[in-house]
Design a protein around this ligand. Sequence first.
Ligand SMILES: [Zn+2]
Length: 382
Amino acid sequence: MRALCWVADDELAVREVPDPELRNERDVIVRVRRSATSGVDLPLLAGPDPLLRAGDVLGAEFLGEVVEVGPAVRRHRIGDRVVVGASVACGGCWYCRRGRHSCCDNSGADVASVDPDRGRSDAGRFGRPRAAGGFAGGHAEYVRVPYADMGAFRVPDAVGDDRALFAADAAPTGWLAAELGEVRPGDVVAVWGAGAVGQLTARAATLRGAARVLVIDRHEERLRMAERHAGAEPLDYRRTDVAAELRERSGGRGPDVCVVAVGVPPTRSVADRLAGRDVDRPDAVREAVHACRKDGVVVVLGGAQGHVDAFALGAVTDKRLTLRGSRRPDLGDVPMLLHRMARDELRTEHLATHRLPLEDGPRGYALFADRADGCVRAVFTP
Ligand SMILES: [Zn+2]
């Protein structure tokens, strides 16, 4: 089959690779109908990762049709249209039994190879290196989906492919951010980053009853989308004193909840990582910590790779802030999000700004990485 593979450094190519096969009785094979670029892929494109091999298939967010079913699979049949949660989770470990699928102990297979900066292995993920389980991704004609009863979800007929696709990763990540932030009715919520996850965090906050949601970015098109589709107030940080605006619009206290959804800065070379050098520049994190009201919650989504310099720890203690983080979503919210999509409460298809054949994958990633031509997500059809 054809698949979009990582080749070397910043090079991607569409290559012929072996078709996936059922390896485990809980697997299904899915024929991919749509797959989307993901911000978590960008560091892979910025420099060599010691845990990535030439020929690894990328793609963390995808949707398709079940074409083969393992003998222990109960919830799926051939022909089901399914969206597949981006976290791979076993369903049986200590974390999975508590609904914390993103912390699954069994799916991030190669614990020994995990970057020591990150502590323990977290859950496996599609289209990621061995430290995240080494599961081939969805930028391909077919994918093997392990633990299919846990991670694959039937899409209601009323929800089209371009909408349901984002129930794999971007929508549950946004929902999780609002949940970790404990967004309550009447809250003022600030979100840094108006990409897909930032927009869907803003929408989740609105659906949870936030009184005001402010989204901070510098890309006009993205800010307009956040305004139109999430009911957010846009703040262009090139033209605005963000700190002053946030105070002004929250009764002088600062936002109740601050979410940093700026993606992973592709600034850290492997040499830096191995040497433990601190090169992440967490400007948005610092701004959020300073802006948040006393006793508020700051949520950081996958925005830091390892250590960061000059972290405002004093502000965390002085203001008794709660600081929470997540790199990937759990699976439990996906059915609820699909139902909200079916009821038209949650619209996501506008995020697919560029629709391309899989053959144009390298060009799609170039557009996505450069945010060129208003690209929020490139969506591929095999
Ligand atoms: Zn598990």
